[in-house]
Design a protein around this ligand. Structure first.
Ligand code: TMP
Length: 204
């Protein structure tokens, strides 16, 4: 049974979530929590190899999704669930919503298919809060030094992904949208106030 706190960070490339994930880890550690900071793709035992394939090889969008999904299943089973059962805080830089936004809204893989597969993979596990760092594709692209195939897709693709995230956020109460175009300090403050506002720490 889950006892810990599960937090995911999402957004288009260059949204600043990786920097904020590190700050969030520190925030929880200073409060005495044990924290696991992880990411997708890459956080599972097969993760580094899967990440390497996903970010460097061209493939059909359905295969791409299934590969992300395999990494996700191993990530949940091998790392996320055990840590939550120990009562720890798990912060994941990307999780299931990345597939819905990138492979679903971005590349046109059937959302019904993605949800169907996720039903098997997640087994009811959803984040307590998903922080969406919202930035325009122009701002995101300016911040990244394009280093992989998916990051290299350009503004039109990222626009679809961003809109996808905003659609998911409309449906899912666990989403908190944070304006990622503000300064790093302001984004941090907004993130912390979302965490505190939802009563995640004091069990409210
Ligand atoms: P990162 O740069 O945030 O580590 O993410 C790597 C890339 O993988 C990023 O461009 C988003 C992409 N991605 C998907 O397309 N689908 C997914 O399910 C995940 C987890 C990541």
């Amino acid at each position: 049974m889950k006892k810990g706190i599960f937090i995911t960070l999402e957004g288009i490339d260059g949204c600043g979530k990786t920097t904020q994930a590190k700050l969030l880890k520190k925030f929880f550690e200073e409060k005495g929590f044990k924290v696991v900071l992880t990411r997708e793709p890459g956080g599972s035992s097969i993760g580094p190899e899967v990440r390497n394939i996903l970010l460097n090889k061209n493939m059909n969008p359905v295969s791409e999704f299934l590969l992300f999904a395999s990494d996700r299943k191993e990530h949940i089973k091998g790392l996320i669930k055990p840590a939550l059962e120990r009562g720890e805080v798990v912060i994941s830089d990307r999780f299931c919503d990345s597939s819905v936004a990138y492979q679903g809204y971005g590349r046109g893989v059937s959302l019904d298919f993605i949800n169907y597969v996720h039903n098997f993979i997640l087994e009811g596990l959803l984040p307590d809060i998903t922080l969406l760092f919202d930035v325009s594709p122009e701002v995101g692209l300016k911040r990244i030094h394009v280093s992989d195939r998916i990051e290299g897709e350009g503004a039109e693709f990222l626009k679809k992904v961003r809109n996808g995230y905003l659609e998911i956020a409309k449906r899912e109460k666990r989403f908190a949208i944070i304006n990622g175009e503000k300064s790093k300090d302001k984004v941090y403050k907004d993130m912390v106030s979302e965490i505190l506002g939802r009563g995640l720490i004091y069990g409210g």
